[in-house]
Design a binder for this molecule. Sequence first.
Ligand SMILES: [Fe+2]
Ligand SMILES: [Fe+2]
Length: 179
Amino acid sequence: MKAETLALPAFETLELPAQLRRDLRSDHAGETGAVFIYRGILKNTTCPDVIEFAEEHLATETEHLHILDTWLPATCRSRLLPLWRCSGWLLGMFAARLGCHFTFATIKAVEQFVVAHYEAQIVQTSGALQALLITLQSDEEAHRDDAAARLPSSNPGHALWSVLVKSGSASAVYLARWV
Ligand SMILES: [Fe+2]
Ligand SMILES: [Fe+2]
């Protein structure tokens, strides 16, 4: 993981616009949710491929969360963290109980959303913060591609589920930006 080695200036020394502060609050909420999605998956699957997949991704998401936990002041985090933990875990549980392919389809949809979410911030930032966001995004791209590579070709059920997952993710980001 390269992000932790990036020399991020202390958060308080950066005069970030309010919108970017809201984005970072949603990033921290999202990385919290991601850790709990994988924990929910691992508690509810017996599929060896999914276990290997989720353990590897969980290690990366745990590092992402650690970086943001270390850098982002508590006052700049969502007050709804218990909700993000709970909803992440339930999404992971639901996906895992519906099977291996359904789990990979869920992660593919979540990571497609997260890659676009980080991209919107990358184009507005510079320096060490932008480098951090690029590093986080590139890990999410790898997760997205890993999930996609484990799926058979197109499946209408997965496509519909992907729309639902992305709209749920968008609603969560909207809320976490403000609360
Ligand atoms: Fe992440
Ligand atoms: Fe990820």
